[in-house]
Design a binder for this molecule. Structure first.
Ligand SMILES: [Mn+2]
Length: 272
C-alpha cells in the first residue's frame, strides 16, 4: 500500500502506463496523486483524462493551468491556441462527464497523515498552511458555482501580482488561481513575476527568486509536492520541497514520487 505523486503528464498516456507498470500500481491498495496539467501539448490528452477519471476513487488531482485552460475553452471563454492538443477531448462523446469531473478537482490537496501538501505550482512564502487551504477552498467553491463563467471570462491575466488579504471579487480569485497554478518566481513578500515563463533565471536584481527559496510559513516538517516547472528538472535543493515536472512532454521523463519514503521512479518519454 503506497501513495505516489505524479508530475505533469500533459497528454503523455503511454509514458503514464509505463510508469504505473514500473511502480506496480495496484488500484485496490495504492493511491495516486496528480500534480495537475494532466493534458495539453502531448498527443493523448483524451486517453489520460479518461484513465484518471476511471481510477478517480484511488486518485487525488489538483488543477493546473492547462486543465483550467481546457475548461475555459470548453465553456467558450477562450480559443484553442496553435500548440493546444485539446480537440480530441472537446469532440469526445463523453466530454461533459470528463469536464464536469475535472472542474470539481481542487487547487490544493493536504494529507494530514503524511503531512504533505500538493498544488500545481507550489505554495507561496506569504501563505501559512491554513491560509493556503482556505484560499484554495474559496476558489474551488467559486469554480463549482454559477460564478465559474464570470471567472473564466477574466481568468487570463497577470494582475494583481501581489497577494493582499483585502483583494475582492474576480481579482482576488485570479490572484489565488495564479499563485496555485502559474507561480515560479516571486519576491520575499509574495509579489509574483509571471513573465519569466520557462527558465530557471530569476531577475534577482529586482529581488525575485524561485518561490521555494524564501522562508516558508508552513509547519517545519510539512512537505510540498508540485509540478509546473519543467526547467527545474525535478530539483529544488530543498529536502521537503519536491518538484515533479520532469518535462515528459518535452522529451524528458515522467516522474512518480513515493510519498511514504521519498523514492523516485521515472520512465522516459518516447515521443519526438
Ligand atoms: Mn503548468
Amino acid at each position: 500500500m503506497a501513495t505516489y505523486a505524479i508530475g505533469d503528464i500533459q497528454g503523455c498516456f503511454t509514458p503514464l502506463t509505463e510508469l504505473l507498470k514500473l511502480i506496480d500500481f495496484n488500484q485496490a491498495t495504492d493511491s495516486l496523486w496528480f500534480a495537475g496539467d494532466l493534458i495539453n501539448r502531448g498527443p493523448q490528452s483524451l486517453d489520460v483524462l479518461r484513465f484518471i477519471h476511471s481510477i478517480r476513487d484511488s486518485a487525488k488531482v489538483v488543477l493546473g493551468n492547462h486543465d483550467l485552460h481546457l475548461l475555459a475553452v470548453a465553456r467558450g471563454h477562450a480559443h484553442l491556441k496553435k500548440a493546444d492538443t485539446l480537440a480530441d477531448i472537446l469532440n469526445a462523446p463523453d466530454r461533459d462527464t470528463l469536464l464536469d469531473w475535472l472542474i470539481q478537482q481542487p487547487l490544493c490537496h493536504y494529507d494530514a497523515r503524511l503531512n504533505i501538501v500538493m498544488s500545481h505550482a507550489g505554495i507561496p512564502p506569504c501563505w501559512n498552511l491554513p491560509q493556503a487551504l482556505s484560499l484554495a477552498q474559496e476558489a474551488h467553491q467559486m469554480l463549482i458555482s454559477d460564478r465559474a463563467d464570470d471567472f473564466f471570462a477574466v481568468m487570463y491575466g497577470n494582475k494583481p501580482d501581489h497577494w493582499k488579504d483585502e483583494l475582492t471579487g474576480m481579482d482576488r480569485q485570479r490572484a489565488i488561481v495564479n499563485y496555485f497554478t502559474r507561480m515560479r518566481f516571486c519576491k520575499k513578500g509574495g509579489k509574483l513575476d509571471l513573465k519569466q515563463a520557462g527558465s530557471t533565471y530569476a531577475d534577482t536584481k529586482q529581488g525575485f527568486d524561485a518561490w521555494f527559496n524564501f522562508p516558508s510559513k508552513l509547519p517545519k516538517k510539512c512537505q510540498i509536492v508540485f509540478g509546473h516547472w519543467a526547467a527545474l528538472e525535478g530539483k529544488t535543493k530543498k529536502e521537503t520541497i519536491h518538484a515533479l515536472d520532469t518535462g515528459c512532454v518535452w522529451g524528458s521523463s515522467l516522474t512518480a514520487l513515493r510519498l511514504e519514503d521519498g523514492q523516485r521512479f521515472s520512465t522516459p518519454c518516447h515521443y519526438e
